[in-house]
Design a protein around this ligand. Structure first.
Ligand code: COA
Length: 324
């Protein structure tokens, strides 16, 4: 233990897209969306609110809380699958925006599990080098990766960013343990194309853009089962029971997935942080946004045991325990 979160921040675009607004775009209705997903509104980036800009504002807020200057950072990692460029990385743009001149910077992509994978990575960096100051961000603008004619998917996603600043502290606080998984065999149940990665005819390829495709029912079934088993295994390994969790912060995919998971785990509903109704599924950003809201609302007390879990395209999934 020792990789401690010393500051949190988040940034949501101002523009709110309600279910009623969606009724104007596709054949759907507020009642259907709320009953199937729990989502009422989501945030949508306006022009100029690229992924790195949301990420940078979230980062500034986290740095301010941590009392750390950007030029003291050693490393910036951004979990995203919706950077405005494939190269340079979103993290390099964040480094430039912040003026984090000493930091090296790169992105990771584990879809909705990106932030959880990032926590594991930062934990390992900090255990190897206790002097490092690290910024970990989850940031997405999935409105740019959504097919706005597909009512199966366009109702689900939203834009936003969340950030944490992490340092090593010689205490029992910090990342306790992670239990992470991937199964690439199931890639075709939830995916997003990109520009082709081979061009044997040496032609100038068209890049018509890209969007998320999903088999919703299958994703639903796997998500509940996979997160449940990752959590049960992790708790058993750490000799903890579900009653010892003070707050669970799950990836905010969908209220029905969360309700099923919560009832199977037997955790009290009031110990589960939920904001999916406001922001929809913001993929890699959902956990750090929720963490920041929980923190600023005073829901996190020193030494609280937090359970964080996620599921996303890949498939990727897992669970992490933190002592606050
Ligand atoms: N509004 C109104 N009707 C809709 C609709 C919408 N936005 N989307 C689909 N429908 C219709 C379907 O066309 C279908 O109609 P039919 O019976 O006439 O064919 C009916 O509703 C049921 O569709 P189905 O896809 O079976 O619904 P569902 O109960 O499985 O709910 C999801 C759909 C997407 C909400 C659900 O499968 C889900 O939550 N999956 C997980 C998605 C997720 O969280 N992904 C990200 C993981 S990180």
């Amino acid at each position: 233990m020792g990789a401690v979160i010393v500051g949190t921040g988040s940034c949501l675009p101002d523009r709110v897209l309600s279910n009623h607004d969606l009724e104007e775009i596709v054949e759907t209705n507020d009642e259907w969306i709320r009953s199937r997903t729990g989502i009422s509104t989501r945030r949508i980036s306006s022009r100029g609110e690229e992924t790195f800009r949301l990420a940078s504002v979230a980062a500034e807020r986290a740095l301010e809380m941590a009392g750390i200057r950007a030029d003291e950072l050693d490393l910036i990692i951004v979990a995203t699958m919706s950077s405005h460029m494939s190269m340079p990385s979103c993290a390099c743009f964040v480094q430039k925006e912040l003026g984090a001149s000493r930091a090296f910077a790169y992105d990771i992509n584990a879809a909705c599990s990106g932030f959880l994978y990032g926590l594991d990575l930062v934990d390992k960096y900090l255990c190897a080098d206790r002097e490092k100051k690290i910024l970990l961000i989850g940031a997405e603008t999935l409105s740019s990766r959504t097919n706005w004619k597909d009512r199966n998917t366009c109702i689900l996603f939203g834009d936003g960013a969340g950030a944490v600043v992490m340092e090593y502290r010689d205490t029992s606080r910090g990342v306790v343990a992670s239990n992470l998984f991937s199964d690439g065999n199931l890639w075709n149940l939830l995916y997003m194309h990109s520009a082709p990665s081979c061009n044997p005819d040496l032609t100038q390829p068209d890049n018509p853009g890209t969007h998320i495709l999903m088999e919703g029912r299958e994703v639903f079934k796997y998500a509940v089962k996979a997160m449940q088993s990752a959590i049960v295994e992790l708790l058993a390994r750490e000799k903890l029971d579900i009653a010892s969790i003070d707050l669970m912060i799950p990836h905010q995919a969908n209220i029905r997935i969360l309700n099923k998971l919560v009832s199977r785990l037997g955790i009290a509903q009031e110990k589960v942080f939920i904001n999916v109704q406001k922001y929809g599924n913001t993929s890699a950003a959902s956990i750090p946004i929720a963490l920041d809201e929980a923190n600023r609302e005073g829901r996190l007390k020193p030494d609280d045991v937090l359970l964080v879990c996620s599921f996303g395209g890949g498939f990727t999934w897992g669970a992490t325990l933190l002592r606050w």
